[in-house]
Design a protein around this ligand. Sequence first.
Ligand code: FAD
Length: 399
Amino acid sequence: MNRRRSLSVFLCGLAATPGCRRQPDPSAASGEPAVVPAPAPPPVKDPEGLGLVPVDIDPAFEIRTITGLRPFRPAGFMVRREERDGKILVHNYGHGGGGMTLSWGSSHLATRQVESVSGVSCAVIGGGVMGLSTARLLQLRGAKVTLYTDQLPPETTSNVAGAQCWPVSVFDSSGRTPEFEAQYIEAAHFSFRYFQRLVSPRWGVRWGVRWIPNYYLGDRAQGSNWIDGPGGVLHDMQVGFKDFGPGEHIFPSTHARRFYTMMIEPSVYLPALLGEVQGAGAAIDIRRFANAEEVLRLPEQVIFNCTGLGARELFNDQELIPIKGQLSILMPQPQVNYNLISGPFYMFPRADGVVLGGTFNRNQWDLTPEDSVKKWVLEGQRAVFEQLRKNQQEFLAKK
Ligand SMILES: Cc1cc2nc3c(=O)[nH]c(=O)nc-3n(C[C@H](O)[C@H](O)[C@H](O)COP(=O)(O)OP(=O)(O)OC[C@H]3O[C@@H](n4cnc5c(N)ncnc54)[C@H](O)[C@@H]3O)c2cc1C
């Protein structure tokens, strides 16, 4: 399950996505009479999406293109306690494309591995979202925290995130175990409740967290999977969930699914969280660890490893791999107030710009942005929003 998997089919007519071809009509080849599709139901008076402002995808308004490496484990993220050289070492890393979303929940599971931390000096390694959330939860339980990291916001992978608060692209379906499933469900729900306390009005001032509708487009009814849709393990978090069939919506697809999620602005949220951790007395030590032995030589008895992709080398976890993502950001368009996910593409409107993404390249370490990918994303997204605008105009003209 990932953001891009949803419904690439409808994009075949819109963007030349690799491997995407129109299929011949099988009934024509067999000589049987072509099946006449049932007439579309009469359009509703006020179809979903009619009032949305389409994004203006104009390359002249691109402000930056960035890349990041999602720290991905096919079997899912690692929360585990071990004892080494007389120290307690708790791992909390490998959250793939859902680390911003899972941060509070996974850090809750990690800090729970140590019964009592009140008055205890704890080391947290890593200054991304996972290290900062772990540090904060430890402080709230009375621990004295020192944060060791080679990078802090805005230089972490966490700053590159979208960041839609919906934990997908976190594991491979074939790789998950019942133990991981329980961990994932608990972490997702804990985060869902925790982030709600940080929501503020008006583009999420203070924490940069706000509610927003998401639209997932497709040419087939979307049904359910293990995570979402009726019966999915996170369906209770799909606020305002509704499927729209033909004639009920204005999007350039046959079907559209809507649900609300929170949206996190990394450029607001991460400095706010860092400030909170520092304000509560955490010491910050900027340094890079070359190996696990160096980590274990720290003076603290309790150590939390929140190093994201860094854990691969530091703790020799060969299951941890990068999934490269590239995002193009356009000038902010504050009138756009919804997320749109169509085929491989996603659009998230943020205060610092309109985020256009959709690439997931496994095992790619090279962070260089690629022009061909940028062009593919911009052209694909422009086709979607031009068609949305056209549909809206045609509907209004007929009214
Ligand atoms: C393009 C893209 C889009 C994304 N979109 C979303 C989204 O919409 N929603 C969502 O929830 N998530 C999203 N993510 C995923 C999310 O960004 C990650 O899962 C999350 O940032 C991981 O956080 P982290 O703290 O574990 O890692 P990081 O942010 O990478 O932090 C790791 C920290 O450890 C430190 N470190 C590492 N190695 C060492 C070492 N040897 N010594 C000292 N310090 C070390 C680093 O300096 C850094 O401070 C996206 C990611 C990308 C790349």
